[in-house]
Design a protein around this ligand. Structure first.
Ligand SMILES: [Zn+2]
Ligand SMILES: [Zn+2]
Length: 122
């Protein structure tokens, strides 16, 4: 085991604490499992040389926030749709292309979006 400091948004820490209390495990155990799932997904799909097909859901306050990222990675976007859910925007992407670039696209989206989910299909 190795320890290191991580900064997380306060709401996320509250959720981690809630889940760890409900499951009766430590905060570290919850974070370790989440990181493990993330690392597994990245090592399989989001690496150079793998052509990745997947779906991305991204909830944003306004679509302007992700306009630049969409432009930068438009070669990956096989399909895109945009809808309004309450006062927020939900963007749905089908991405197909180099895994490393898909990873960069996802990281770019997550920085700007309220929440981004990726489901790799291939
Ligand atoms: Zn893949
Ligand atoms: Zn919108």
């Amino acid at each position: 085991m190795k320890r290191f400091g991580v900064s997380l948004p306060e709401e996320l820490v509250l959720e981690v604490d809630r889940i760890s209390k409900e499951l009766g495990v430590t905060r570290s155990a919850v974070v370790a499992q989440a990181v493990s799932a993330f690392v597994q997904m990245y090592s399989q799909h989001l690496r150079e040389g793998h052509t990745c097909l997947g779906a991305v859901l991204s909830l944003v306050e306004g679509v302007e926030a992700i306009g630049q990222i969409m432009e930068q990675y438009k070669d990956l976007i096989a399909n895109y749709s945009h809808m309004h859910i309450g006062d927020r925007c939900l963007s749905v992407f089908v991405v197909y292309g180099d895994g490393k670039r898909v990873g960069e696209f996802l990281m770019g989206l997550s920085e700007k979006a309220v929440r981004t989910l990726f489901t790799p299909l291939e």
